[in-house]
Design a protein around this ligand. Structure first.
Ligand SMILES: Cc1ncc(COP(=O)(O)O)c(C=O)c1O
Length: 292
């Protein structure tokens, strides 16, 4: 369950009092978008970038943004305060609103805005030390994965399949090239070079992905943004997942085989370890919300 106080259409309330019509197009069609924004000790990680991506997702669906950036900051700040700050993942969902069930999106609906605060479940130390396991699966989601849409059945089914096959996550490939995983972006490392799939309609432009690229470039770590083939993934020295809730986590097993070579085979690699440290440094420099 989420933390006690949620936000619905301009009001803070206990979760049990938050009611939404079953005719909400978010419920009927998955006609909505969402964001997850991490807060560390009440300090947001890349709030502006998350709100910009929310705007882009809304634009794609032609849903008007119900709030200005300043209003979002106020409402989000209020939610964090109501739930006593700390390490929180703020979940925001905006749907097109309530209407008679019909496919064409009607104009002029009042958007439904729901926000909740979840304890930020950053992986435990042992997960960073041991890494996670993945299976390779065909990316059979739709072709608009750049939109952070609430309709996530493709991702739900792939994640479920990976778990049924005994793995933590699914590593997804489309036409022989790496896309992402069900809920995070992926980077590979080969001969000391970080390889990141390019941003297109096949992957979500992750805020963590963009931050990692920025941190790597600032630190002078070799990095290429380009398509990564399945063969390159299978022979990679390192693989990581990146997301707002997971931060950066090494993948140490792929399709039941250890990732990497030599002393780092099946273990987190040196490039991951450096990236993880850069990310933790960046977190320590975050400013309180009022400074955004
Ligand atoms: C499909 C997918 N890719 C990537 C990400 C990572 O994005 P971010 O770093 O903005 O959390 C997510 C996060 O939920 C996701 O669902």
């Amino acid at each position: 369950m989420c933390l006690p106080t949620v936000f619905l259409n301009g009001h803070y309330m206990p979760l049990a009092e938050a009611h939404i019509s079953p005719l909400d197009r978010g419920f009927i069609f998955g006609d909505g978008v969402y964001e997850v924004i991490p807060f560390y000790d009440g300090r947001a990680l890349r709030l502006t970038e998350h709100l910009k991506r929310l705007q882009r997702s809304l634009d794609e669906l032609e849903i008007a943004n119900p709030y200005s950036i300043a209003q979002w900051e106020t409402h989000i700040g209020g939610l964090v305060t109501h739930n006593n700050g700390g390490n929180i993942g703020v979940y925001i969902q905006v749907t097109r609103g309530v209407a008679k069930r019909d496919f064409p999106p009607p104009k002029g609906l009042t958007q439904t805005v729901f926000m909740m605060a979840n304890p930020l479940a950053t992986p435990k130390r042992e997960v960073y030390e041991k890494g996670i396991s993945c299976v390779s699966l065909d990316d059979n989601r739709w072709l608009r994965c750049h939109i952070k849409a609430t309709a996530l059945l493709g991702a739900v089914m792939l994640k479920h399949q990976s778990n049924q096959e005994g793995a933590d996550e699914a590593l997804l490939f489309r036409d022989g090239y790496l896309t992402e995983s069900s809920a995070s972006n992926i980077a590979a490392v080969k001969n000391g070079v970080i390889l990141c799939p390019p941003l297109d309609n096949l992957i979500l432009p992750g805020i963590t992905y963009e931050l990692m690229i920025e941190l790597a470039q600032k630190a002078g770590m070799p990095l290429q943004i380009r398509r990564v083939s399945r063969r390159e993934v299978n022979t990679a020295d390192e693989l990581w997942i990146m997301s707002s809730t997971k931060e950066v986590v090494p993948i140490t097993t792929l399709d039941n085989k250890p990732v990497g070579h030599g002393e780092h085979s099946g273990k987190p690699g040196p490039v991951f370890t450096k990236m993880y440290a850069l990310f933790q440094d960046y977190k320590r420099g975050l400013q309180p919300l009022a400074h955004h």
